[in-house]
Ligand binder design. Structure first.
Ligand SMILES: [Zn+2]
Ligand SMILES: [Zn+2]
Length: 124
């Protein structure tokens, strides 16, 4: 909250979107918001590590893997969160913009654009 205030930016956190849906329209800002679940795994031994979100990035809670001591991690997207992963999963609420869906079609009839006007008539 303080962060937003300092930068004069009010970004919707979409916090009214229920966690159990894949996506929903945010009642606050009207954006289509997708719930995206991620877990972090150690890049070395593959165990799940606890993660959190800091500045919009998924970062490990602990710097090093408790299993092997490495400090490199891979982010893995979950299709659905389940009770096995829920202790490790972090949720990112992302607005889905539909601008790549193009419904516009060219339906203007070229022949009716008027270029032949004035040339009609009997020239005999
Ligand atoms: Zn919102
Ligand atoms: Zn490890």
């Amino acid at each position: 909250m303080l962060f937003d205030y300092l930068f004069g930016k009010k970004e919707c956190t979409h916090n009214k979107i229920p966690l159990e849906v894949d996506c929903a329209y945010c009642p606050d800002c009207g954006e289509l918001v997708e719930n995206q679940w991620f877990i972090l795994r150690c890049a070395c031994c593959g165990v799940k590590v606890r993660a959190m979100i800091r500045n919009g990035k998924i970062v490990p809670v602990d710097k090093h893997c408790t299993n092997c001591g490495m400090a490199e991690f891979n982010v893995e997207r979950l299709e659905k969160v389940n009770f096995i992963n829920v202790a490790y999963a972090v949720l990112m609420k992302k607005a889905v913009h539909s601008e790549n869906i193009d419904f516009t079609q060219s339906w203007v009839d070229v022949a009716s654009s008027g270029t032949s006007r004035g040339k009609l008539g009997l020239l005999k």
